[in-house]
Design a protein. Structure first.
Length: 360
């Protein structure tokens, strides 16, 4: 990270990644509100194969917001390594969780808040220890990396597993298991990141005056990117329509980040030049994010009250309240009037009133 931190491109990629997380997190809320409006009108739901959301302006606003976020994300991948940009997507989890509790009345308890904080901390650790990819400065070098046997095997596994999820697992478990559609989006998304990286290199060469429009690789990457994004949008809509937003967003982040890290490690050989402390930091940061996502997902419907505390904590809480009450009584006894004559006078007045009450 030291060498990357001195380059202006590092800060440009960092700023674009942060903006991307904000737009993408807000897009989930807009699209979910659009899908809910269609459901109230009795229109065919996206989870049942309907496409009535194409006539809903809120859904289009969410798509536009996501488009802006993806464009910023696209540019960020062109300036910074994928393992730096992708972990910052945890901020979209925070944005989506906070906005969903505000605009969709989806409760975010203390476990969810702690999960969001852990996701941010884990992302920070991953950014600090992010591995450095090999320099890919031209489409020719990108083509050589795409021909690597390891990447070809990885891409084939992604395509086959996605087809199985779509045509075999989807009809059976898609309505009851959130992982089915989210896995499709995450697996295909790892390939879309590779396409984005190649297109970013092509745009850099185009702006520098090179005839990249004549290169077939750029057009192939563009077609593949359009196909991948179309699949992601379709199955992400299905997942959002069936399941809670605060569930879909973090799970999608974890799976998508894992897939991108695997793809980048295979394609760009990022982990081969890492020292031990950066390896440990990257793995620790990612596990911290996973822990935060687990808290956000597993306890989303559990209200947090003092009765849920362990017994020893409840006893300690009761003892603490008792000590506070005794301290208050002790403090009230200590704060006596400074003038003893006035104190005695007040005591005598009280005694006279008591005697009069008894005589009556």
């Amino acid at each position: 990270m030291g060498e990357a931190g001195g380059r202006p491109g590092f800060y440009v990629g960092l700023g674009l990644a942060l903006a991307s997380s904000a737009f993408i997190g807000g897009s989930f809320i807009l699209k979910k509100k659009g899908l809910l409006r269609l459901c109230r009108r009795g229109r065919a739901r996206a989870g049942q194969g309907g496409h009535a959301y194409l006539q809903e302006w809120l859904w289009w606003a969410g798509l536009l917001c996501m488009g802006v976020g993806e464009a910023a994300n696209f540019a960020a991948y062109a300036f910074a390594p994928a393992t730096l940009v992708t972990p910052l997507g945890a901020l979209s989890v925070l944005v989506s969780a906070v906005l969903s509790s505000t605009f969709l009345n989806e409760q975010l308890n203390v476990h969810g808040k702690i999960g969001c904080i852990l996701s941010i901390l884990g992302s920070t650790v991953m950014v600090i220890h992010a591995p450095q990819e090999e320099e890919v400065s031209s489409l020719e070098s990108m083509a050589e990396k795409l021909k690597d046997p390891g990447f070809i095997v990885f891409a084939a596994c992604v395509v086959v597993s996605s087809l199985l999820l779509i045509f075999v697992a989807g009809p059976r478990y898609g309505q009851s298991n959130v992982l089915v559609y989210v896995l499709v989006c995450s697996a295909i998304g790892s390939l879309s990141v590779s396409c984005v990286k190649g297109l970013g290199i092509a745009l850099k060469e185009l702006f520098s005056g090179k005839p990249v429009l004549k290169e077939p690789l750029g057009w192939v990457l563009l077609v593949c990117l359009v196909i991948c994004i179309s699949i992601q949008i379709n199955y992400l809509n299905k997942a959002l329509d069936i399941f809670n937003t605060s569930v879909v967003t973090p799970i999608y982040y974890v799976l998508f980040t894992t897939a991108v890290m695997m793809c980048s490690a295979i394609l760009f050989k990022e982990w081969q030049h890492m020292v031990l402390d950066n390896i440990i930091g990257t793995i620790s940061g990612f596990l911290t994010i996973v822990s935060g996502i687990f808290l956000l997902h597993a306890f989303r419907d559990m209200p947090f009250t003092p009765d849920l505390l362990p017994l020893f904590l409840q006893q300690g809480r009761a003892d603490l309240h008792a000590s506070w009450r005794s301290a208050d009584r002790h403090q009230s006894c200590q704060h006596q009037p400074l003038l003893p004559s006035e104190d005695k006078g007040s005591q005598s007045v009280e005694e006279e009133e008591e005697e009069e009450g008894e005589s009556m």
